[in-house]
Structure formats: structure tokens, C-alpha cells
Design a protein around this ligand. Sequence first.
Ligand SMILES: NC(=O)c1ccc[n+]([C@@H]2O[C@H](COP(=O)([O-])OP(=O)(O)OC[C@H]3O[C@@H](n4cnc5c(N)ncnc54)[C@H](OP(=O)(O)O)[C@@H]3O)[C@@H](O)[C@H]2O)c1
Length: 306
Amino acid sequence: MVKTLSLIYRDQFRKLLDTAMFNKILVLGATGNVGYPLAQMLKNRNADFCIGIKPESELPESMKDIESVHVDYDDISTVQAALTNVENLFILIPDSPLMVDQMANINTAILDSSVARYVYISGAGVKIAPDTWLSQNLLRCEELLRSNDLPGTILRPTFFMQNFLNHYPPSDNQMHLPVGNGIVNYIDVNDVASAACEILIKDSIQKGVEVFHLTGKESFDMYEIAMLFSKKLKKHYEYIPISLEESKQVMTRNNLPDWLINMLQQIYKKVSENLYAFYSQDLQFLTGKEPRNFSMFIEKNRFSFE
Ligand SMILES: NC(=O)c1ccc[n+]([C@@H]2O[C@H](COP(=O)([O-])OP(=O)(O)OC[C@H]3O[C@@H](n4cnc5c(N)ncnc54)[C@H](OP(=O)(O)O)[C@@H]3O)[C@@H](O)[C@H]2O)c1
């Protein structure tokens, strides 16, 4: 068979792609809870990487020396441009009604790119609380990625310890949450980032899609969390359980959008049913290290709490 000129060029291009050592990592969501420590870890490991940031994002000083590219998940052309010459892609999409459309944009861009492998941050709810709005959207994102037939890793963490910094910091030393006596194996975002870092810099060839559940080792209810805060910060902290209805009223007063109120209500209910209380050894398997514990998290962030 005589090859046409365009086929010969395509073959040569493929060979070039095969031999080119892209090895480059792109970290999406790099200014967020997980992305930020991940970028610092990759920097410390001298990895060949860049970060994708929203055009309007203000980079913290510690990130200004990292190569960056503008990415807006809602604008597929920016995602396509960012994926040029990227081999390993770290994907993180914040929870919102747009998340599946945003993943569809990322996935379309992947299909037309040099990306050979991805790591995606999903959530443990996909396995343990599959009937919530969030779990269903996370699952749809996972399924979109699986449809591209690339090797990839899906990390499903339980609740972040950092939610106590960002979402419900103790105010007046009190913690009001509608989770009853529900216990949770909280995980530190630094551990989630460590797991992602190890996978992204690993050289071995991966086949198929792997799923890992990332949890802390200890489980606590909110009374125990309040006791840990009291002990570490030498001040009295108190957990005051409230009803789902009361929490809805507070969130409505604070002008949270309806989708977010409904999402949180569903999650709080699952927490009160102890669904997020489970321990997985996946983190140790991936990093070779024990999970950080809650007391260490409070200690490390004591100035933010005091
Ligand atoms: N919180 C938990 O307890 C928990 C537990 C398990 C799983 N998860 C999952 O973890 C993920 C959230 O991770 P996170 O807490 O690290 O998120 P995050 O702190 O909210 O960070 C989101 C990142 O995405 C960037 N971003 C937002 N919109 C974008 C857009 N349109 N285009 C490009 N970049 C955009 C943000 O940039 P800016 O900073 O510039 O906005 C930020 O860097 C969610 O999928 C959630 O379901 C969370």
C-alpha cells in the first residue's frame, strides 16, 4: 500500500511524540486546598511542572516562581492551550452545578492532547454515599474521564481537616453543626497532595484506571473534635449539635445558594449516619507514610484558630 504524504507526516509526528520526553505535569486547581501543597511538593522534588490558574487569580508570593498558564474550565480553548506538551495531568474541579460541564471540557481537551495519564480528586462519597447530589456529579466526572481510555488515578478522600479552617472555623470557641454524634476519619489535604505527588512523579507505566480511598487513621465525632481543640489550644471549645433545619436557616440567612445548601444538608445527614467513618490503607500504600493526625493539624494551624 502506498502511503499518502499526510499519512507519512502523521506517522512521523507520532514517532516524534513517542520519543519526545514531555514528562511535564500540569496541576489544575493549583491555588486551592489540595493544589497549593501539591505545587509546593512538586517544586521541592524538582519536578518538571506548571500550574493552571484562572486568568483573574492572584498568585501567592510562594507560587510566583512557578511556570503558570491561564485556564478557565468554562472556556475549552484555554484548557486545550494549557494541555499542549503536558504528559501528566492533575485535575481538581470545585463542587458546583457546573462541575460536570467543566469536566466535559477538560476531557474533550485531553482527547486532543499529549496527555498520557491523569490524577483526579473525586470524593469518598462516590463509594459510601452514592445517592447524594455531589456523589452523583463526582461519579459522572469519573465516568467522563474513564471514557477517554487513558490510564489514570482517581483519589477519593473523606472530609478534609482543613474544612475546620475554611468552611466552619470555630467561632467564639463554639462549633455548631448538624451532624449529631456522627464520626468521621478526617484527612489532611497535605496527605491528599502527597498521594497525588507520588503518583505524578512515578515513572512506571500504568495500565487502566486505579481508584484509591484516602482517609485518616483515627475517627472522631464532633464532641471529640471540640476536646482536641480544647486540649491543644488550652481553651474551652464546645460542640453544639443543631438540627438540619436550623443549619438550613443559618445558611439561607448567610445567602448561600440553594444548590450548596442542599448539597451540604445531604452530606451532613450522611455524616450523622457514620458513613464517613472508615479507614483505608491506600494512603500508606501510595506514600509509604502514616496519615497526619488531627492534633498535628490543630497544632500546625494554631495561629489561624487563636
Ligand atoms: N472539602 C472536603 O472535605 C472534600 C472531601 C473530599 C473531596 N473533596 C473534593 O475536592 C475538590 C475540591 O478541592 P479543593 O478543596 O482543593 O478545592 P478549592 O480549594 O475550592 O480549589 C479549587 C481550585 O480550582 C480553581 N478553579 C475554580 N474554578 C475554576 C475555573 N473555572 N477554571 C480553572 N480553575 C478553577 C480555583 O482557583 P481560584 O482559587 O482562583 O478560585 C482553585 O485553585 C472537590 O472536587 C471536592 O468534591 C472535598
